[in-house]
Design a protein around this ligand. Structure first.
Ligand SMILES: C[S@@+](CC[C@H](N)C(=O)[O-])C[C@H]1O[C@@H](n2cnc3c(N)ncnc32)[C@H](O)[C@@H]1O
Length: 245
């Protein structure tokens, strides 16, 4: 019985041409693919190693939090007055839901938590979830309706996907921080608090000026759970002077 291979060894003129074309393409393409695959493997190996050695990842699993980010918010809230029982909280960039879980615990049964993300989120007990984009004009009315009254706290852990292009990444981060502050100033009650992730890449002076002008206190906070090598930091503003809601 002949195999397909030996049967085709001579081949028609068309087959020969196709084989030649394939041979001519192969080295460069294969090299490129292998290179990419090797690069991806190295970075996912690093990611996996970091996850396996990260005490916050195992603690999140053990304590039933959906993300290690839950500890960043807990640490900030332990150190600064962020939540009071009964608070109404907006959590922007909430998926998968670690911050929303922490906020829910801290505000208790009389409080309310409204979570927003571009991504779909699995339901969380007593958390109102809205899927949408902070930059979409339809988001503010939807959050207002879900809140049912002025907010006491607006949180933003939003982080646009990084492209690797420094200027583009800086602008996209700035866009979501500005949008978070716009929403905060539209829903916060007097005395309200605002906590937002930023990357301190420059260009955010206008936002910082607004925070200094519109809130009694403003400071940068970097909780222990935020990886030291990460450029992320958080800006915490308390004592909102306006009447957004
Ligand atoms: C670091 S994750 C948030 C983790 C979350 N705080 C937790 O504890 O699980 C950042 C989130 O920001 C969301 N995000 C980025 N840009 C957004 C936008 N324009 N509108 C709404 N969410 C956005 C992403 O989809 C992502 O889920």
């Amino acid at each position: 019985m002949s195999t397909g291979k030996s049967g085709n060894s001579g081949g028609s003129g068309g087959d020969r041409i196709r084989r030649q074309r394939r041979r001519a393409r192969t080295p460069a393409h294969t090299g490129e693919r292998l290179h990419k695959r090797r690069g991806r493997k190295a970075s996912s190996r690093q990611w996996l190693e970091r996850q396996l050695n990260d005490p916050y990842v195992s603690a999140a699993k053990a304590q039933g939090y959906r993300s290690r980010a839950a500890f960043k918010l807990s640490q900030i809230a332990d150190k600064h007055t962020l939540f009071e029982p009964g608070d109404r909280v907006v959590d922007l960039g909430a998926a998968p839901g670690g911050w929303a879980q922490v906020a829910r615990e801290r505000v208790g049964d009389t409080g309310a938590v409204v979570a927003l993300d571009l991504l779909a989120m699995d339901p969380l007990p007593d958390v109102i979830i809205h899927q949408g984009d902070i930059t979409d004009p339809a988001t503010l009315p939807a959050i207002r309706e879900a809140l049912g009254g002025p907010a006491n706290v607006v949180l933003s852990d939003m982080a646009p996907n990084v492209t690797g292009h420094r200027t583009a990444d800086r602008l996209r981060m700035l866009e979501v921080v500005e949008a978070a502050l716009d929403l905060a100033e539209a829903v916060l009650a007097p005395g309200g608090r605002f906590l937002a992730k930023t990357r301190q890449l420059g260009g955010d002076e206008e936002v910082m000026q607004r925070l200094r002008r519109d809130f009694d206190h403003m400071r940068f906070v970097k909780p222990a759970a935020s990886r030291p090598e990460s450029a992320e930091t958080y800006v915490l503003a308390t004592g909102y002077r306006g009447t957004g809601a």
